[in-house]
Write a new protein. Structure first.
Length: 616
């Protein structure tokens, strides 16, 4: 499970047993590093006849534990039986009252101070055979006595479910806006540092840099993934390692010095930004590990190394490590040591390249080891693979994950997918990050849809998911593939430098959306979402809520045509019969009168409404 600082964890459990004894339950929880358990009461709720609920607040980073303890309450069971017999008019209760006195004496022994004295006096009163039966019964059923007795109930048959683990993260793990850039296209670390004030002003939280390590020379790729590089071609940053310059714990000197790197990280922190680095476990043929630890790499029977492949893609400039090496402990430790070089320099966010191709046990160990010393660390999984593996990565510790959003373009696909993320149980441990594009993914919808598609996809990503990201070039509407049908960019920045500037025509719209996200808690969470009928599959509408903050979004999914339809607000959402909304995307702050039932909407290509319910 995952939560962030300041959130409240509500735990529900079915508590039941054989027979008719009264049951009790408590929620036990233990903060990171605490030796003792704390306890919160649980009470019956209306979800079902055996359903109980309790809650506790998250106020510390790290790994929490919680458990549900349930037990039979002998005194409460006796008291319940006594009341039923009284209600039935039964008069001979001597045996029952003597039994109650015995329960009270046992409670007094477990209590202390004034509580013990009160229980002892009650035991005497209930056990007084010379007193009237009704007087003795009234003493046993006294409401004040009940409260004390509940606190010192006999838990001799207690059953505990748990403990369960919960990761408490910084807010950026749950809610963040990412901007990906290649520092070599911005003048290195010093150039990135110059852009940080503007990036913060645009409303981004995380600035993600692809690998910043030395790049191999052997089999270096040229422009557009050419197999032969020219003398001035920089190569792919993911081909990590140089014999003289180092590997995963080294900087590419053309990006800048360690002092410039440290200055960039410090400047980011000063602007409320996180620098995220790519953690890619792969090596160029020139990586020092290939000569220092040849046993960490898989060789064919003829002694040759097999380069990385993901058919039909081939990565002739990259070699994967051999996770089955007999020296795996040293390999794991070396990777941990390399990662900690960056953590100790102030980097606490990592985008992990293809984690699904590495052992789950490794990630579970690595993330736990890093968080033991730095609980604010955040790990984003770049795993485009089968759903089971993606969910498993979330369960073992990854804070966020790339998703299938990039390929979900129709109203039906998006609705089905978001509901799975928000309501299937995944919302407890799997946090999506809706990147609209990446250096590897230029979706056909952007190629065919042009600027209108860019705007609508941006609105969807920013309002459906608490975390989303864009890769630089998106704000310039870059959408030319290397060939028809390919998701690779023509003249991809992976293989060549570009002269980047923060002047794309879409940036003002990005800044507006980021400001809207920060001003509306409804857009900072995932689970409370409801999709609305529009009577037009080209219009997608949904409402998100957090407390009194209610936001309705309507997006035209067709980048080529204007569409209109009736957005139906169902009564079961609990909104007023009639209400005013303000369009947060409209510079003039246009207001509309909406109601339960049908509401007319007309949107041109690329247009959307982000409507906030007016509460005052």
């Amino acid at each position: 499970m995952k939560r962030t600082i300041g959130e409240t964890v509500t735990v529900r459990a079915d508590v039941f047993r054989d027979g008719h004894d009264v049951v009790r339950a408590a929620l036990r929880h233990r903060a990171p590093g605490a030796k003792e358990w704390s306890e919160s009461p649980m009470a019956r709720v209306h979800d079902g006849p055996t359903r109980w609920a309790g809650s506790f607040a998250i106020d510390a980073l790290g790994t929490w534990q919680f458990a549900v303890e349930a037990w039979s309450d002998p005194f409460a069971s006796w008291r319940d039986e006594l009341q039923r017999k009284l209600d039935a008019g039964q008069e001979d209760l001597a045996s029952e009252l003597s039994e109650g006195a015995e329960h009270l004496r046992g409670l007094a022994l477990r209590a202390g101070g004034s509580d013990a004295e009160r229980l002892a006096r009650a035991a005497v009163a209930v056990g007084d055979a010379n007193a009237p039966a009704q007087q003795r019964a009234d003493a046993a059923l006294d409401a004040g006595l009940t409260e004390i007795a509940d606190r010192f109930a006999d838990r001799g048959d207690a059953a505990i479910s748990g403990p369960f683990l919960l990761t408490a993260d910084r807010e950026q793990a749950r809610f963040s806006s990412w901007y990906e850039l290649f520092p070599r296209s911005w003048g290195g670390f010093a150039g990135v540092t110059e852009q940080l004030p503007k990036l913060a002003e645009l409303g981004f939280d995380v600035i993600y840099l692809p690998p910043v390590h030395p790049i191999g020379r052997t089999n270096r790729k040229g422009p557009n993934n050419a197999l032969v590089a020219g003398p001035g071609d920089p190569g792919s940053p993911w081909a990590i390692g140089d014999r003289e310059l180092g590997g995963h714990d080294a900087l590419h000197p053309e990006l800048g010095s360690w002092d410039e790197f440290d200055a960039m990280v410090a400047a980011a922190e000063g602007h409320g930004l996180d620098i995220a680095l790519d953690f890619a476990i792969q090596c160029s043929a020139d990586h020092p590990w290939l000569t220092e630890h040849p046993e960490w790499f898989h060789r064919r029977p003829d002694g040759t190394l097999k380069y990385a492949e993901n058919p039909p893609k081939k990565y002739q400039d990259i070699y994967n490590v051999n996770w089955d090496t007999a020296d795996w402990r040293a390999l794991w430790q070396a990777l941990y040591d390399a990662l900690m070089v960056w953590v100790e320099r102030g980097v606490l966010v990592f985008r992990v390249d293809n984690p699904h191709t590495k052992p789950l046990a490794f990630w579970e160990w690595l993330i736990a080891e890093v968080r033991a010393e730095h609980p604010g660390a955040i790990f984003l999984a770049e795993a485009f693979t089968e759903p089971t593996m993606m969910r498993a990565l979330g369960k073992i510790g990854f804070d966020q994950s790339y998703t299938y959003f990039t390929w979900k373009t129709s109203r039906h696909e998006l609705t089905e997918y978001v509901l799975e993320l928000a309501t299937s149980g995944m919302q407890e441990y799997y946090r999506p990050n809706f990147f609209v594009n990446t250096p590897d993914i230029l979706h056909a919808s952007l190629v065919d849809g042009g600027p209108a598609a860019f705007r609508s996809r941006l609105v969807l990503a920013a309002t459906l998911s608490p975390s989303y990201g864009i890769y630089s070039g998106f704000e310039h509407y870059e959408n030319v593939p290397v060939r028809p049908g390919s998701e690779e960019y023509l003249d991809s920045e992976k293989y060549e430098l570009k002269a980047r500037r923060l002047d794309g025509p879409l940036l003002p719209f990005v800044a507006l959306l980021n400001a809207i996200r920060r001003d509306n808690p409804a857009l900072q969470q995932l689970p409370d979402i409801a999709f609305l009928e529009t009577a037009n599959d080209n219009l997608m509408a949904y409402v998100k809520r957090s407390g009194g903050n209610v936001v309705v979004a309507v997006v035209n999914l067709d980048p080529h045509s204007t569409h209109e339809g009736l957005v139906t607000v169902p009564a079961h959402l609990g909104l007023p019969p009639a209400f005013a909304v303000e369009d947060l995307l409209d510079p003039a702050g246009a207001r509309f009168d909406w109601r339960i039932g049908a509401n007319f909407v007309r949107l041109a290509p690329g247009e959307a409404h982000v409507l906030r319910l007016v509460t005052a």
